[in-house]
Design a protein around this ligand. Structure first.
Ligand code: PAF
Length: 297
């Protein structure tokens, strides 16, 4: 992990005007939070989407904590754990701009004191095996495990996650509820580039040609949302034709209900897509209002 600004071992960086305190150990973290606490978990490489989450919870809490931790247990061997962008100093400066109080930047040993193999893991259940879980079978187990640990360490009243990773948000909500974690899980609207591409730390992997093609993903969802007036099948057909028209075969393109179950005609639904542009896998989703005649996805 990238090193942050110089810190004495075991000593929290002292807050200076507008700068968050940077803490790296469990003890430093416990000493740095008080009152109502909001948590914004991240893997760093912060962009406007993350900052909007921080801005959203700022008025709700006495202490806003952002965690920056590239979590090894959610990456399978051969995935981009080593390449994942690490931009710690810039991230801290961005946190300062939106009034974050505490940046928690633990090492792997702090988060996994029993080692990566010895740790207890949270089983996401059947919802962890569909959609993203089909392509990345261990990911949600890793995400839920680290988020449960962060909840235990930070003890937040609120935690917020981007809707961009909709299945992740849905699973974290389920975990908080079913494991009675006492944390209110909020979702933050997806922030988009001017041409519609959903912001993601992985967008930096796209070449300029791929970046131009990537707009097909949000264009497809917009077409799908418009087509949804005629039901889920029409929404899917409209979205698919945008993708195939630009030579993209999605990993999945589905319409579900807002909890990732079967869509119902006349109700709110969610359209979710994953597609590979070059070697980069892009995810996106939108709310759709389903007119009559929705068939199963
Ligand atoms: O969405 C992310 O950045 C990560 O999956 C999360 C929630 C911070 C867990 O590592």
């Amino acid at each position: 992990m990238a090193e942050g600004p110089t810190l004495g071992v075991g000593t929290a960086d002292t807050a200076t005007a507008g700068r968050p305190i940077i803490v790296r150990t469990r003890e430093e973290l416990a000493a740095a939070t008080s009152g109502t606490v909001a948590l914004v978990p991240t893997m760093g490489a912060l962009h406007a989407g993350h900052l909007s989450l921080m801005e959203h919870v700022r008025p709700l809490a006495d202490t806003v904590v952002t965690s920056i931790f590239v979590n090894p247990t959610q990456f399978a061997p051969g995935e981009d754990f080593d390449e994942y962008p690490r931009t710690f100093d810039t991230d801290v400066a961005k946190c300062a701009e939106v009034g974050v109080d505490v940046v928690f930047a633990p090492t792997v040993d702090v988060m996994y004191p029993s080692g990566l193999d010895g740790t207890v893991r949270v089983d996401p259940g059947p919802m962890g095996r569909i959609l993203e879980g089909e392509t990345r079978p261990i990911m949600f187990q890793g995400v839920l495990t680290v988020v449960a640990k962060l909840f235990g360490l930070v003890r937040p009243d609120f935690a917020i996650f981007g809707e961009k990773d909709y299945q992740q948000l849905t699973l974290i909500r389920l975990m908080a509820e079913e494991l009675c974690l006492g944390v209110q899980v909020l979702g933050g609207a997806t922030v988009r580039e001017a041409d519609g591409l959903a912001m993601s730390s992985r967008n930096t992997y796209l070449s300029s040609e791929e970046r131009a093609l990537a707009t097909a993903v949000s264009d497809a969802l917009n077409a799908g949302a418009a087509g949804a007036a005629n039901g889920a099948d029409a929404a899917l057909a409209a979205a698919r034709s945008v993708l195939t028209g630009r030579g993209i075969e999605p990993d999945y393109l589905v319409v579900t209900d807002p909890h990732l179950g079967e869509p119902r005609p006349g109700e709110e639904g969610r359209m979710l897509v994953a597609a590979r542009i070059g070697t980069t896998r892009l995810l996106d989703n939108v709310a759709v209002h389903l007119g009559g005649g929705a068939g199963p996805h």
